[in-house]
Design a binder for this molecule. Structure first.
Ligand code: 2PG
Ligand code: MG
Length: 416
């Protein structure tokens, strides 16, 4: 495939911070693709770095080192496909610190251009390139309360409290997400919406938020049909080898016990990043205990969507953020590695999002059990919900299986 033209531009994310969007034209008709990269409020310390400078807006191809590198490397270049293009991008990042934001935007733009040229939807292009579990229609992690570093003040609470609809179809789940999120807004005094569409309420404790969510679910008549989970985002709570939580400092062991009591008392099904990525001893002891309690641990900052970091025994699932991995191929590699390690996968948005909806296609393609796309509010999150509704119009996608509502603990399946 011949890359005819590439354009990079600085655009706004959902928090009005600059991020990268790329346009890419392959030779031939119907061969244009666009992609953009979301941005974290506070990226995990293990993830690949961004390249864009604050203030870079508009056309980025006429000036600056990134522009020159991309221009020289891609214009007029023949590539065999996604893997080769992504290898070129990764090399540019490794050698010249191009930035994962630039490489992801270009990688997604290429995927869309190549898919269009092959008369495929992005999801089908990704299915063709994925070596791992078959596609399925993921369950939604619906952000209801935002805290931690996503709210104001020093991080000393969970970053997210999420509702997890357990309906028969994905459309049922979307309907329940709308119902619960709206009912919650009516229950709270002066609710303010965070960037990732959870409500920020500083005067409620974690337990209070979880109880409020449970009573809203009950009031909606959805008892037993909506589970709940949390993103502890413990890397941001980490202090002196322990954790800061709701005004107190805890040793790692005490924090683990506290989490288990919360999981038990509130029947949580999902616990993301319960510990700092360096605290692997706690991950290893906590994960089986949580499994026994009927919940799953999920590694986000732990694995940083990096195939090299993913290993069995630490968590039940790996979270995949394309902006951490840096390219489409690196994200697919992380998904395959997770499957080989016996882990389920979760695909996720970032706190600062764009209009790009590729994570919906990706979650289906890699057979993810869950996708985190924020609460159904604000255009940047709504566009993901609507992407699913459009994808479900394709009969071959609408008929895909769904993950079990209550997954059993994973067995380690060694790679072949
Ligand atoms: C997370 C994400 C998205 P951020 O931790 O899972 O919710 O947050 O993009 O700030 O890393
Ligand atoms: Mg997280």
């Amino acid at each position: 495939m011949l890359i005819e033209r590439v354009r990079l531009r600085g655009v706004l994310d959902s928090r009005a911070q600059p991020t990268v969007e790329a346009d890419l034209h392959l030779s031939g008709d119907e061969s244009f693709g666009r992609g953009s990269c979301p941005v974290a409020i506070a990226p995990g310390r293990l993830e690949r770095r961004r390249g864009l400078n604050t203030g870079d807006l508009g056309n980025l191809l006429d000036e600056g080192p990134a522009a020159r590198l991309v221009h020289a490397a891609l214009h007029g270049r023949q590539v065999a496909g996604q893997r080769e293009l992504d290898a070129v991008l990764r090399a540019l990042d490794d050698e010249h610190a191009l930035g994962a934001d630039v490489t992801l935007a270009l990688s997604l733009a290429f995927a869309r251009a190549a898919a269009r040229r092959s008369r495929l939807q992005l999801v089908d292009w990704l299915i063709q390139h994925h070596d791992g579990p078959p596609p399925q229609l993921p369950r939604l992690l619906v952000n209801t309360f935002s805290g931690g570093i996503h709210a104001q003040g020093p991080a000393d609470s969970f970053q997210q409290i999420m509702a997890i609809p357990l309906g028969e179809t994905l459309t049922d789940d979307i309907r329940m997400a709308m119902q619960v999120h709206s009912a919650l807004a009516r229950t709270l005094d002066n609710p303010r919406l965070s960037a990732s569409s959870g409500y920020m309420v500083s005067d409620r404790s974690t337990r209070d938020k979880l109880t409020t969510l449970a009573s809203v679910v009950q009031a909606c008549g959805l008892d037993g049909q909506v589970a709940s989970g949390v993103d502890v985002a413990a890397e941001h709570l980490s202090i002196d080898g322990g954790y800061r939580f709701e005004g107190a400092a805890h040793t790692s062991a005490d924090f683990g016990e506290l989490l288990l009591r919360i999981v038990d008392d509130h029947g949580l099904a999902y616990v993301e990043d319960p510990f700092d990525p360096a605290d692997t001893t706690s991950w290893r002891t906590f994960t089986p205990r949580l499994g026994t309690a009927g919940a799953s641990t999920v590694g986000d900052d732990l694995f940083a969507s990096d195939a090299q970091r993913i290993q069995p025994g630490l968590a039940h699932a790996a979270l995949l953020k394309p902006s951490q991995a840096g390219t489409v191929s690196a994200t697919l590699d992380a998904a395959s590695e997770a499957a080989c390690a016996g882990l389920r996968t979760v695909v996720s948005h970032r706190s600062g999002e764009t209009e790009d909806t590729a994570i919906c296609d990706l979650a289906i393609a890699v057979g993810a059990d869950h996708i985190k796309i924020g609460g159904p509010r604000r255009g940047d999150r709504i566009t993901k919900y609507n992407r699913f509704l459009r994808l479900l119009e394709s009969p071959h996608l609408a008929g895909l299986p769904r993950p079990p509502a209550h997954p059993k603990e994973n067995q380690h399946v060694p790679c072949q």
